[in-house]
Design a protein around this ligand. Structure first.
Ligand code: UDP
Length: 307
């Protein structure tokens, strides 16, 4: 049986996608260089005959000796703290890594889904963000290693698709949270939950009036799966269309954890996007997909994980 490759399969979203594909009866191969991924995320799958793991950096050329029907490319550092610590690896993943996986897709006649990001919209001047918006990205700022890598990845995917008439898809992933996020990855949800559970002050950057829209990981996985298995090629926004300020998020987490933590305001990072909200009309219409899990329920599950 032809297999499904999940690049970044030991990562946060990738490992949940592996779980989901296994429940669908698929043969799954996770590929990961474990730079930000972790074998613990897939430890429970290691004895499963339908699952295997290859430790491999996608930005180095490689080949696989089995038949492949689909490739999900989720391999990249994704937290601002991680990608700013590893900017060159991040640029390599979005360029050489994308190219290497597309070459495997072509050789194996497989479909490929590239996980792009809402960061292609930068600090958006259009709100909410539709797929037709070109974005407002600083090409030399601290986030450029990630934003431009993903923009390059998208450009490579559409050019490759045109030149090879191949089945290449692009998802633009908005902020996603849930169990298996690394506690110290620096993103807002693990930071706030860990701070609240430890009774430490909650570090809100800036005034906390910047917004994000948080999608629970199970919803994200079904969104990616729906795109892969539909005729739609994208780019398609996959995210939760409920906008929350960071201050509201902090208050919600304090209340759900019944924490005594106080909020402390810190400096806003350079180029931190002010507002972010996906327009998901395209996903709704073409994939019949909408997120189902509310922020409150998703946070409860994530808090249980971090406990
Ligand atoms: N943020 C914060 N406190 C933290 C971590 C993040 O206020 O301890 C803010 C950050 O400045 C940004 C938002 O939360 O406005 C989301 O940050 P994250 O790093 O999770 O992802 P981003 O959406 O910026 O890629």
């Amino acid at each position: 049986m032809a297999k499904i490759i999940v690049a970044g399969g030991a990562g946060f979203i990738g490992s949940h996608l592996c779980d989901f594909l296994i429940t669908k009866g698929e043969d799954v191969v996770a590929i990961d260089n474990l730079v930000t991924g972790n074998k613990n995320n897939i430890a429970h799958l290691m004895d499963n005959k339908k699952f295997s793991f290859i430790e491999q950096d996608i930005s180095k050329e490689f080949s696989v000796a089995f038949e492949v029907k689909q490739i999900y490319n989720l391999a990249s550092p994704a937290s601002p703290v991680d990608y700013q610590e590893k900017p060159l690896e991040t640029l390599d993943a979005g360029s050489l890594g994308v190219r290497n996986l597309l070459a495997i897709a072509k050789e194996k006649n497989a479909s490929l889904l590239f996980a792009s990001t809402s960061e292609v919209y930068g600090n958006p001047l259009e709100h909410p963000q539709k797929e037709t918006y070109w974005g407002n990205v600083n090409p030399v700022g601290p986030r450029s290693c990630y934003d431009e890598a993903k923009r390059f990845g998208e450009a490579y995917c559409v050019s490759f698709r045109k030149m090879n008439n191949s089945n290449v898809k692009i998802a633009r992933i908005f902020n996603t949270y849930g169990p298996r996020m690394r506690g110290n990855d620096g993103r807002v949800v693990p930071n706030f939950i860990n701070q609240a559970l430890a009774g430490e002050s909650i570090t809100v950057y800036g005034k906390g009036d910047q917004t994000r829209s948080f999608c629970y990981v199970d919803d994200m996985v079904t969104g990616l799966y729906s795109l892969m298995n539909s005729p739609e090629k994208g780019p398609v926004n996959i995210g939760n269309p409920v906008e929350t300020t960071i201050l509201e998020l902090a208050q919600k987490i304090i209340s759900l954890t019944k924490s005594k933590s106080k909020i402390s305001f810190k400096g806003l990072p350079v180029d931190d996007p002010e507002r972010r909200l996906p327009d998901i009309s395209l996903a709704r219409e073409k994939l019949a997909w909408v997120p189902k899990i509310s922020l409150e329920n998703g946070l409860k599950k994530t808090i249980d994980f971090f406990k």
